[in-house]
Design a binder for this molecule. Structure first.
Ligand SMILES: [Zn+2]
Ligand SMILES: [Zn+2]
Length: 258
């Protein structure tokens, strides 16, 4: 892999390693562009398992230091993986414009349901939730605030039976991505989780083949993301498996989000 824009650090409390640890491993792996995208805090809300808001300045500064220190060897970008919740629109702009982040990756784990309630996609009660999830991802894409959509098919990590809602959710996201020329991420962390038995067969929680077949048909740009939670995962065998299967499927894989 020549670049990775999905990198966590110890700050999110479920990953290991500092920015310097990931940078060292990236250089060792001959990665040319490295983007940090740790789980973003919100100023007035704690969704758990992410950096605290009062750590944000230090996070940004630490990446800037790594960027400067290794500028001859690697290009480093400051980013965050963050949920789109409409009331935070000003916060996203502040992160990009005032805090100087290079990008936001849409990591829609928590989303605003059609009933106005915040929900966690990993606890979807029925495939009806997939549709409202897809609508919230589309709304996010349309803001133009997010450089790419992380694991856009993450809802299929739920053990729910495949039905027409699943198909509808896929077409909503894929059509919206096509219309807005968005970049979708083929996420290696889903592969890292291993094959499980779902009602629609034995497969990885994500990437889901059905979703990516639809992406391929539209020629949408795809970035491979390691979604590493430990330095040694940055370019591990699961990233290679992701690269191989994306290539085999004929996806339009790009090397950089910039
Ligand atoms: Zn994520
Ligand atoms: Zn992630």
């Amino acid at each position: 892999m020549i670049s990775n824009f999905h990198t966590h650090t110890y700050r999110c409390l479920h990953a290991f390693g500092t920015d310097e640890d990931y940078t060292a491993e990236a250089i060792k792996q001959h990665i040319k562009e490295l983007g940090f995208s740790d789980h973003a805090p919100f100023p007035d809300r704690d969704f758990g398992y992410r950096m605290q808001y009062n750590e944000l300045e230090e996070y940004i500064k630490a990446i800037e230091q790594s960027k400067e220190k290794h500028k001859e060897e690697i290009l480093i970008y400051k980013g965050l993986e963050i949920e789109y919740i409409p009331i935070y629109e000003n916060y996203y702009r502040e992160l990009l414009e005032e805090k100087g982040l290079d990008y936001l990756a849409l990591g829609e784990h928590i989303y605003m349901g059609s009933d106005g309630k915040l929900k966690n996609i990993f606890y979807a009660k029925s495939t009806e939730n997939y549709k409202e999830y897809a609508l919230s991802v589309c709304e996010a894409i349309e803001t133009g605030l997010f450089r790419y959509v992380a694991h856009p098919d993450v809802m299929f990590a739920n053990y729910l039976k495949w039905d027409s809602n699943c198909e509808k959710a896929v077409s909503l996201i894929v059509e919206c991505a096509e219309k807005n020329d968005a970049i979708l991420e083929y996420n290696a962390n889903g592969i890292r989780k291993g094959i499980e038995i779902f009602p629609d067969g034995s497969r990885y929680p994500y990437p889901h083949k059905y979703f990516w077949e639809a992406v391929k048909d539209k020629g949408i740009r795809v970035i491979i993301g390691s979604d590493c939670h430990a330095p040694e995962q940055i370019n591990d065998k699961f990233v290679k498996a992701a690269e191989n299967s994306a290539a085999k499927m004929g996806l339009n894989v790009i090397e950089s989000i910039f």
